[in-house]
Design a protein around this ligand. Structure first.
Ligand code: GLY
Length: 339
């Protein structure tokens, strides 16, 4: 088998420009994250391991809106969402989810040439790395999306590090939450303008494509609100064409099924064109602001957004880690906002 050229791109969220003093530490964290994933790919590891390793570095960093440091809901708590998805050539795998799929109405034909796996968690407060719990849903259960206490119980079985809810709350997140409460005593309006949802997409040498996304959601959200990062097809998607991870206004991303849209387009128009087209379609359909990163089966990468800024990190053609602040896509601003 001819090996595929591996590729990895991560994002640290799309939104408003943050404080200038946070730019350097964010950049360092992004570089560390892409290196963590790249080391696994170089050692012959699988795309799924690489995207999870990269996302975990950012879940541990207080400047990113995922894991420790996630934004708080109106009740002052973290409720995190995360998802993973992979498309592995070579046929269906074993495992509870694969078995449930084969027996169910959405089963792949016997002898299918690809294994599609996906797992997601929503509104979890007791795990340091929600992305690991999403993987456990995929690998250990017949389900795809689990929420709250039931998902957290799976963490114990899967030996995933648990924590108390307050251990996810950084002083920075607490301070911002207080400021919001004080500034808007009557109604708190949810905002996705703060950067920080994190995600990664990768292709490994065997041709497996994987994507992972993790977030605390939007600040000012009501308890129980679930965003796009937990929804397959919206905040994350992978098939044999490409893998994608999104960031930005979850409600708009879900309406546009952003990642599914981008992955489908990548098969015909290439990764960068697909990323741009998908963001334009989202803007037209919803008036929302979002961004995404994409990697195709050919190892092409793509990224685009229509927020104020978005940061990505990737391996360049020489194998070096690079960090970029991206300008918004021209002409894809949220001119017509629809609710
Ligand atoms: N994109 C993050 C969220 O809306 O939850």
């Amino acid at each position: 088998m001819k090996p595929f050229k591996s590729a990895l791109v991560i994002h640290g969220g799309a939104g408003a420009h943050g404080p200038a003093e946070e730019r350097a530490p964010r950049r360092q964290a992004m570089i560390a994250a892409v290196k963590a994933g790249a080391a696994l790919l170089r050692a012959g590891g699988e795309a799924l391991d690489a995207v999870i390793a990269a996302v975990k570095v950012l879940e541990d960093h207080e400047l990113f809106n995922a894991g420790y440091g996630a934004v708080l809901n109106t009740a002052g708590r973290v409720e995190a969402d995360a998802a993973v998805m992979l498309a592995r050539p070579g046929g269906p795998a074993d495992g509870p989810q694969a078995q449930a799929c084969r027996g169910g109405p959405t089963s792949a034909p016997i002898g299918a040439k690809v294994h599609i796996g996906a797992g997601a968690v929503a509104a979890v407060s007791r795990v340091r790395h929600p992305v690991e719990l999403a993987r456990a849903v995929m690998e250990r259960t017949p389900h795809l999306l689990m929420a709250g206490a039931g998902a957290e119980r799976l963490a114990a079985q899967a030996k995933i590090t648990r924590c108390r809810p307050h251990e996810l709350i950084s002083p920075r997140a607490r301070e911002r939450w207080r400021a919001r409460i004080e500034a808007s005593a009557a109604v708190i309006i949810p905002s996705a303008s703060e950067q920080g949802t994190v995600g990664a997409v990768a292709l490994d040498w065997r041709g497996t494509l994987a994507a992972a996304t993790s977030t605390g959601g939007v600040s000012g959200k009501l308890p129980g609100r679930i965003g796009d990062s937990a929804i397959i097809g919206a905040g994350v998607f992978a098939d044999l064409h490409a893998a994608a991870s999104a960031t930005g206004e979850g409600e708009a991303i879900m309406k546009a099924a952003l990642c599914r849209q981008a992955v489908q387009l990548a098969g015909s128009i290439g990764a960068q064109n697909a990323a741009e087209r998908a963001i334009r379609l989202l803007a037209e359909l919803t008036g929302g602001r979002a961004g995404l990163v994409l990697v195709s089966r050919k190892g092409q990468i793509g990224f685009a957004h229509n927020a104020q800024t978005m940061e990505v990190a990737l391996l360049d053609s020489g194998g070096f880690a690079r960090h970029l602040w991206l300008a918004p896509l021209a002409g894809a601003g949220p001119a017509r906002r629809r609710r």
